[in-house]
Design a protein around this ligand. Structure first.
Ligand SMILES: Cc1ncc(C[n+]2csc(CCOP(=O)(O)OP(=O)(O)O)c2C)c(N)n1
Length: 680
């Protein structure tokens, strides 16, 4: 299916403002030329998608998008998400043309080179105006749902004078084929997130060829069935696109606009084919495209009048931004302070006292409590002082203990803060929506499911880490200790798999005190995601007394020092710290000095200096025994050459927890035996 080779763009309506003098086609062709030239210079990349969507993007950026390149972090800007991240040159061209200071022509020339802002796929934090990292298809679309949700939550709290913006997405066939798109659109439709507008690059091409090789969905019907307003337009007709976006803005539901486009629009032989996907067009094809498009200018050269028109489009936001600033200044001082604190991500004054209150209660009452319950108690205290909390669960609220008493339930037309979101059985969607919430800023998301189902959310957890987002994953039922639900529900390799993700802090607290401390650390990590691995089963409080210090902050610490000289160091996390404590008693009773080290967070411990690590782990030649109801993978790093590991070597089984621990040999007796064997 090959599109007609356009000799000139038949739709050459003029955009608004100073840009009026320059025909639309020239504006759009500037994007096309930069995309072709940058991909050619890099000798890799995707020119087809930016060339196909250039008309749609031109209409969006010159007529609708509310943004100010001089203030890229303006909180009330419209968000633009390029979910089809392989078309990164579309975004980079737009950022350059509209005048983002850090997106220079040099950067475009250095497309895909080491150290350039213009990475192969848009990377959050590499350049201003990149709202999220995209590339894994479907993620951006789901992030945008989170951004649109954050907008509604903050608008309800602070009013339309402070928060009133849209979230736009460009998504391709690939994004819509991914399973995550179903979770995201279903959730957005349910909540009637009417500030969300998806521009679907409906070009019927993906890498393997025409999309009908693998998909024949009626996308309009699919979105409509999920509660979206849907329209279909010719994506090369700027007036039609303009009218459709205006209608979408007026809709009381999220909107899908299917934009029929031709991939690599203008390329003489590759337009409309998957040949325009994933590799440079080549010199001849580019020359032909320049001719067909009526773009005689040399590579990377944008004529002054066209660039000026684009810069004028970029300048449209200055006035609305200044007006917004005036409105913010007019807010009462308390509202403004809270708004600004939330935007900055700073924790509130009452934060430390909330954590202290939980720790004092732990020391005084020493409750026997599952750490999932401890987490719920901590959240109750935190939500009293943190209106920015947006909690939730993927249909396991009662099991995850994720709903704090003061959190209001999010529903269509009701967006209270602090908020609680019933995400439904959508783990992957939940994680990506939480990334979007965090990216938007102003709210702090956390969400729960069973630890074993981090597998269902893993691609988004990885992106939380890659982007350095404060997203908190509350993952309960963290071992065979969950008991009767059996091996499908019992994580064994998940701690190791999560610890393997760079930049992700995996916490496994042992009691109420540690749970409160780990929550504090997760919230204090403004630029890192956290997983809290929590138990279903009850655990004793292990601390003797209240300490002001956050003992989990260094990742591992000596919970109980050996009496006499230390011959054995017992390392454990979470529910197995109790087992290590029992083993210590038994060893001490035999006159063997044993210390117990609680290791709630490997990542934080790995960041400590060698002196601290050595003091905690004990003499390198000494005997170390680690106990964790999970696979050994990774523990060799801590237990040293003479070390032993007591844990899982297979999947679990369905039985009461106590029996399972015995069956799999995760007992104080086994720890003692392993220690004595190594002592010789
Ligand atoms: C999760 C995921 N799977 C596979 C890829 C590799 N990939 C990049 S683009 C693409 C095809 C996308 O097709 P479409 O969205 O229609 O983009 P277009 O061909 O229109 O540019 C694929 C499979 C990816 N980036 N992410």
């Amino acid at each position: 299916m090959k599109a007609a080779n356009p000799v000139s763009n038949p739709h050459s309506a003029a955009p608004a403002g100073d840009a009026a003098a320059v025909p639309h086609a020239d504006m759009a062709n500037a994007i096309r030329a930069l995309a072709m030239d940058a991909v050619e210079a890099a000798k890799s990349g995707h020119p087809g998608m930016p060339m196909g969507m250039a008309d749609v993007a031109t209409v969006l950026f010159t007529r609708h998008l509310k943004f100010d390149p001089a203030h890229p972090d303006w909180p009330d800007r419209d968000r633009f998400v390029l979910s089809a991240g392989h078309g990164s040159m579309l975004l980079y061209a737009l950022l350059y043309l509209t005048g983002y200071e850090d997106m220079t022509l040099e950067q475009l020339r250095d497309f895909r080179q080491l150290g350039a802002r213009t990475a192969g796929h848009p990377e959050y934090g590499h350049a201003t105006g990149i709202e999220t990292t995209t590339g894994p298809l479907g993620q951006g679309l789901a992030n945008a749902v989170g951004m649109a949700l954050a907008e509604r939550l903050l608008a309800e709290r602070f009013g339309g004078a402070a928060v009133d913006h849209h979230t736009y997405v460009i998504a391709g066939d690939g994004c819509l084929m991914e399973g995550i798109s179903h979770e995201a659109i279903s959730f957005a439709g349910h909540l009637k997130l009417d500030r969300l507008i998806v521009l679907f690059d409906d070009n019927s091409i993906s890498i393997d060829g025409p999309t009908d090789l693998s998909v024949t969905d009626d996308q309009l019907a699919r979105f409509a069935a999920s509660g979206w307003a849907v329209q279909a337009v010719d994506g090369h007709d700027p007036e039609a696109v303009d009218v459709a976006i205006a209608a979408a803005k007026a809709a009381d539901k999220p909107s899908l606009i299917a934009c029929k486009t031709t991939i690599a629009y203008g390329a003489p032989t590759k337009a409309g084919t998957s040949g325009a996907h994933g590799s440079p067009l080549g010199a001849d094809e580019i020359a032909g495209a320049r001719e067909a498009l009526g773009w005689p200018h040399p590579p990377f050269e944008i004529p002054g009048d066209i660039l000026a028109a684009w810069r004028a489009a970029g300048g449209r936001g200055a006035e609305p931004r200044a007006a917004w600033q005036t409105r913010i200044a007019a807010l009462d001082a308390e509202t403004r302070d809270t708004f600004e604190r939330l935007q900055s991500g700073a924790l509130p004054e009452g934060f430390a006292a909330a954590i202290e209150g939980v720790k004092r209660l732990a020391a005084e009452e020493k409750p026997k409590q599952a750490t999932r319950v401890s987490s719920g108690n901590t959240l109750d205290a935190l939500a009293e002082v943190m209106p920015e909390l947006v909690g939730g669960s993927a249909d396991l609220t009662g099991s995850n203990n994720t709903k704090a008493a003061s959190e209001g339930v999010v529903a269509p037309g009701s967006f209270p803060l602090p908020a609680y979101v019933y995400y439904g059985v959508r783990e992957h969607g939940m994680a990506a929506v939480m990334n979007g919430l965090a990216l938007h800023k102003g709210v702090v998301p956390y969400g729960g499911t069973f630890l074993v189902f981090t597998d269902y959310a893993r691609p988004s957890i990885r992106l939380s880490a890659l982007m350095g987002l404060r997203v908190i994953y509350v993952m309960t039922h963290d071992s065979i200790g969950l008991g009767e639900d059996g091996p499908t529900h019992q994580p064994v390799e998940h701690l190791a798999a999560l610890r393997a993700i760079p930049g992700l802090n995996v916490y496994r607290p042992a009691d109420l005190s540690e749970t409160a401390e780990c929550w504090a650390l997760a919230l204090e990590s403004a630029d890192a995601p956290s997983v809290l691995a929590l138990t279903r089963q009850g655990l004793p409080e292990l601390r003797d007394a209240y300490t002001d210090e956050n003992r989990c902050a260094r990742g591992a610490y000596v919970l109980a020092e050996a009496e006499g000289s230390r011959a054995v160091t017992l390392l454990a996390t979470g529910s197995e710290v109790e087992i290590a404590m029992a083993a210590r008693e038994m060893l001490q009773a035999e006159g063997i000095g044993a210390a117990v080290v609680s290791m709630p967070c490997w990542e934080l411990f790995a960041a400590q200096d060698a002196g601290y690590q050595a003091a905690v782990l004990g003499d390198e030649g000494g005997v170390r025994v680690a106990v964790e109801a999970a696979v050994e993978f990774g523990w060799e790093r801590w237990i040293g050459p003479k070390g032993a590991f007591i844990g899982m070597r297979s999947f679990g089984a369905s039985a009461p927890a106590g029996e399972l621990y015995k069956h799999f040999g995760i007992t104080a007796g086994a720890v003692v035996a392993a220690a004595k064997e190594r002592l010789g």
